[in-house]
Design a protein around this ligand. Sequence first.
Ligand code: KG4
Ligand code: ZN
Length: 340
Amino acid sequence: MEKDILILGIESSCDETAAAVVKNGREVLSNVISSQVNLHTLFGGVVPELASRRHIEKINPVIEKALADAGVTLDDLTAVGVTYGPGLVGALLVGVSEAKAIAYAKGLPLVGVHHIEGHVCANFIENRELEPPFLCLIVSGGHTHLVVMRDYGEFEIIGRTRDDAAGEAFDKVARAVGLGYPGGPKVDREAKGGNPHAIEFPAAHIEGAPYDFSFSGLKSAVLNYLNHAKMAGEEVPRADLVASFQNAVVEALVSRTMRAAGEYRMDKVVIAGGVASNSALRAALKESCEKAGLAFYRPSPIFCTDNAAMIGVAAYYEYKKGRRDGWDLNAVPNLKLGER
Ligand code: KG4
Ligand code: ZN
């Protein structure tokens, strides 16, 4: 019998300090996430310096808990996987340094993981039968990409945002309407009580780039709508406003995804990233995929937002392909997808 491959995954790219133990690629033995939401709420967004400091405080206890929850020790591990980009440089450095220290002390292989590849790999946790190739819509706070995952670690980018990421648009609109940080989940909740067709916001289309996205115009349209209403002394029902905004985002994401699935002859559609936990997006894509006869996969919300289980899964496939990083592994804040 082959020996189990146990990977310690570490994630610290933004405002979550996380560690997880993953067995043989898809079995999550533990998944510990220490969120910094309360720390940053005071400032209306993530303060990079505070994030780094909090990561330093939390990284050791979080890893100790991940090992304890999994019932293993550092001596049982096969390798250490860590997010080395993209993200906030100071935040990334905490995880990368920690991973290097553990790997060096224990003589373990070190595997650097691309954060976005991790998000995509989150889908493998609860769908043991899912294999590439598939079409994936990646929607997070920093990224909006439509990609074809050809094989493990191989991505063909077919569309991307020209300006704001989808999550960024959610966060900015949430701030403008007084919902505060973190915006996405608050808009999602508030929109449930609103009419998504109350206001028709414009949809952006980019000439010659059918799969590219643009959300800054939509965000401005929401702000303009608010300003006009304020000057006219009109009351704008917030639930209607955010439901209409969310509907416009979902419409832009779903229409491009479905068109790409047809053109690239994909029979599986997958979503990933923090915005993939949005209830309206999940429902709309599920319905469209069902109508088109396509299989639709999405991670549970806890695996959509930042976590280390997804990093452990991605590290497993990189490890199997022979990827090993040296002690010179560094944080790469603007690492592109598919780049090493
Ligand atoms: O993937 P993620 O946790 O971190 C990044 O890699 O960026 O994504 C965070 C983003 C934030 O912009 C947050 O507002 C958004 O995901 N988000 C949501 C929801 N939950 C998180 N956006 C819309 N609806 C949600 N339920
Ligand atoms: Zn993320």
